[in-house]
Design a protein around this ligand. Sequence first.
Ligand code: V47
Ligand code: SF4
Length: 361
Amino acid sequence: MTLLLRDLRARIESAQRLSDADARALFASDDLLSIGELAAESNRQRNGQRVFFNVNRHINYTNICVNRCTFCAFSRESAEESDSYTMGLEEILSRAKQAQDAGATEIHMVGGLHPDLPFEYYLDVLEALKACCPDLSIKAFTAVEIDYFTRLTGFSVERVLDSLKKAGLDSLPGGGAEIFAPSVRAQICPEKITGARWLEVIAAVHRCGLKSNATMLFGHIESHADRVDHLRQLRELQDRTGGFQAFIPLPFQTENTRIAGARGVSGVDALKTLAISRLYLDNFQHIKAYWVMLGLKLAQTALCFGVNDLDGTVVEEKIGHQAGADSPQEIGKEQLVNLIRKAGKVPVERDTLYNVLASYE
Ligand code: V47
Ligand code: SF4
């Protein structure tokens, strides 16, 4: 172990916060195994041997989007394109009912920024979901969608959130954060809200009493310093609100995307990024390895690098798969339990708010 890592170990053991310079030094280090060991220890102190998963279903209600993020293989410009779609109420409800019958506890619902759907569509969907499946927790709409609803309606963020909450919204996922650095956003998502706006919307989400997650899209054109800057802004907001549940680093999938020179993510980089996130984000309880983008085996390996959550059964996923993710569409609960057990950990099924539903000792 190098001097840097020995020094960091001492500081982590005495619960001292890592600085941005520490995090940048970790990204520059080749000592993946020592970084992983430190992150695993830090996770053990927080979460013991337990690894969480949930039984959920993703619903991507439309792929039509007025933004044209260059990293996104999922979105389509208009209804004229042959593979564009927008789900009606019945299509959404039938997916939710199937999920409920299969034992799901959560619906994860996000989509493109549709040019014509009125705000009432989203309220109707939430109300209908709650009426037909009252036991399903609805985690829906990224900060990017929430901002779009303020532009559709002319309402404040607070008023939009209040309406969605009354209609049945229970929590928010962490998408749309990408990388906060303006120079990177200008190239990968020029039409998307700024990083500052993402943080402002999420601060309002937390103020209104809803929990959310946070993500970071990495492995395209960003530098290590950009990643650390992103993590710092999340850590600062979490200090203020405490409203984030999990952090989810999303490795960039390159197929069908339009980023010149994007390199994609190696297994080493993915594990190192997950481990550094665990070490730096000392005020986040959970670090999630999203198996859809990482692949099952790398997600399992991540459990030895500070990760304590594997997301869920998912069932139908489009955003990662259209960009070339070679993971399956769906995995069963038994498969998740096995995956976690074989990593030497204790699988725990959770609900959206991390209450324990079942422990597979
Ligand atoms: O915001 C888009 C990302 C996100 C690509 O909160 C891509 O529990 C990789 O946020 N390669 C949506 N990533 C997914 C997401 C998420 C997933 C699972 C759990 C949770 C949670 C949130 O996917 C988008 C964007 O950052 N994305 N295109 C791509 N080519
Ligand atoms: Fe639209 Fe989201 Fe895709 Fe960007 S990432 S083009 S906002 S669906």
